[in-house]
Design a protein around this ligand. Structure first.
Ligand code: TYD
Length: 137
């Protein structure tokens, strides 16, 4: 069984900014551990909303709060951890088969998500009980 700490990673992107302002670059295969096939972003979610609540058979993700803050609860069926995304230079890398919930969105939260896969609803596991069975819990 893989340890949660091996299934997630906090990425710290360099700031290439200067007196004109900040600049953060994330390139697939470099700062991002995969080739990027998909980008989506979540904003306008109220504080009490919980998004996500799924795991993916193949998709990996890097989540970046490019504005505002949110929290992500990650869970591999055995261990859980809560991370706060609170700066544009921070990325949260999630390998496949990690259950995730995003919540506590600040009003200005823009949560940018990069993935190594195109969207395929068939590789989403949306039932937690099924997920636990799949990870042998
Ligand atoms: P959903 O997976 O519920 O979003 P979240 O993970 O943020 O809770 O997706 C909401 C809707 O958007 C659902 O109908 C599927 C669709 N969708 C796509 O078509 N492509 C995508 O890449 C994503 C993430 C969602």
């Amino acid at each position: 069984m893989e340890k949660l700490e091996e299934q997630i990673q906090i990425l710290d992107f360099p700031d290439l900014g200067d007196e004109r302002g900040n600049l953060v670059v994330v390139e697939g295969g470099q700062a991002i551990p995969f080739d990027i096939k998909r980008i989506f972003y979540i904003y306008g979610s109220d504080t009490e909303v919980v998004r996500g609540s799924h795991a993916n058979l193949r998709s990996e993700f890097v989540m970046i709060n490019v504005s505002g803050t949110s929290k992500v609860k990650v869970d591999n069926g055995h261990e859980q951890r809560i991370l706060e995304l609170n700066r544009p230079r921070m990325g949260l890398y999630l390998k496949s088969m990690v259950w995730k919930e995003m919540y506590d969105f600040s009003p200005d939260s823009v949560l940018l998500v990069l993935s190594n896969e195109h969207y395929d609803p068939n590789e989403y596991i949306r039932d937690y009980k099924t997920y636990l069975e799949m990870v042998g819990k």
